[in-house]
Design a protein around this ligand. Structure first.
Ligand code: KG4
Ligand code: ZN
Length: 341
């Protein structure tokens, strides 16, 4: 059983973890959210600088937490794509340098493959094939997971990612950044049926709608119009019904994702839907998808909350599977801001 050290710096978390056979021995996540909150979103240059300051202490902390030394580590995995170029560079350079200095094998990991592997960490019995609903701040995809490194994207968003929609709607409602967790909290106190909202659908040339692709820009615009109307109509001393707005929005997103994931799983004959990415933490999505899957004789599995958002345990886990199969990356490997899975 290989012991892998993983490094993740694709966006605004500096994360380092050590994993052995899908068991997390340590996981350090140094979030930059407090810094980026002031700007209402991630500032790439600031992110790179903070990764640079945090990465070495995070590596030391991960080894200390796991009570391991370099002699116990078999290989190093680091995220190479997709993400912010400057941010990715910090983690990749740290990983490659340590691989060279400590004489370890090195593996570059696709960030989305990491999110797929997060679903394995809590479900050691989960085996391909299964369907992965990957919903993060940058991506919304339905992926047919056939084997390690063998993926087929069967559906995706045509515009905003689900997490991006949460973040933009939160900004619209002056709820701060990141939007997902705060909308999730507010929605728990609201009425999801208070405001009927449109589910974005993609028309097909021959008529009908695409069964797996989604769209969230229309929903975002509907939220903007609704909020503007309420702000105009409501007397000045009456506050926006934030909980009802959050609950209605969240239910529409959850329903849209659930419908497409169930359709794809049934059409492909897959019994399990594993959900990954930051939006997998959303309670509305967890409840809606779990119930709908059960009704159709399928099962929906979700990572624990701390493994939904960006972390390095998922990167180490993906790297471990590739390492066991004899895969290795060259130390010439460079980062890519975009890269298909
Ligand atoms: O996977 P992730 O940490 O980073 C990316 O790879 O993008 O996902 C971050 C996204 C953000 O858009 C954030 O608002 C969203 O995940 N998110 C949530 C929740 N927690 C995080 N969205 C809905 N409900 C949540 N509880
Ligand atoms: Zn992510």
């Amino acid at each position: 059983m290989a012991t892998l050290l993983g490094i993740e710096t694709s966006c605004d978390e500096t994360a380092v973890a050590i994993v052995n056979n899908r068991q997390v021995l340590s996981s350090v996540v140094r979030s930059q959210i407090e810094t980026h909150r002031h700007y209402g979103g991630v500032v790439p240059e600031v992110a790179s600088r903070q990764h640079l300051e945090a990465v070495n202490p995070a590596i030391t902390e991960a080894l200390t937490q796991a009570q391991l030394s370099w002699a116990d580590i078999d290989a190093i995995g680091a995220t190479v794509a997709p993400g912010l170029v400057g941010a990715l560079l910090v983690g990749l350079m740290a990983g490659k340098t340590l691989a060279l200095v400590q004489n370890k094998a090195f593996l570059g990991v696709h960030h989305l493959e990491g999110h797929i592997y997060a679903t394995y960490l809590d479900q050691p019995d989960l085996k391909p094939p299964f369907l992965c609903l990957l919903v993060s701040g940058g991506h919304t995809s339905l992926i047919h997971v056939k084997d390690c490194g063998v993926y087929g994207t069967v559906g995706q968003t045509r515009d905003d990612a689900a997490g991006e929609a949460f973040d933009k709607v939160a900004r619209l409602l002056d709820l701060g950044y990141p939007g997902g967790p705060v909308i999730d909290r507010l929605a728990a106190q609201g009425n999801a049926k208070a405001f009927p909202l449109p589910e974005g659908r993609i028309s097909l040339p021959g008529g009908g709608y695409h069964p797996y692709d989604s769209s969230f820009s229309g929903l975002k615009t509907a939220m903007l119009r609704l909020t503007q109307r309420l702000r105009t109509d409501l007397p000045a001393h009456v506050e926006l019904p934030l909980a009802d707005l959050a609950a209605s929005f969240q239910a529409t997103v959850a329903q849209s994702l659930t419908k497409r994931a169930i359709a794809a799983a049934l059409d492909l004959g897959l019994g399990t839907i594993a959900v990954g990415g930051g939006v997998a933490a959303n309670r509305g999505l967890r409840q809606t998808l779990t119930a709908a899957a059960r009704d159709r004789g399928l099962q929906a599995v979700f990572p624990p909350l701390h493994l939904c958002t960006d972390n390095a345990a998922m990167i180490a886990c993906a790297a471990a599977d590739h390492f066991q199969r004899g895969h290795r990356s060259s130390l010439d490997l460079g980062v890519r801001s975009r890269l298909a899975l």
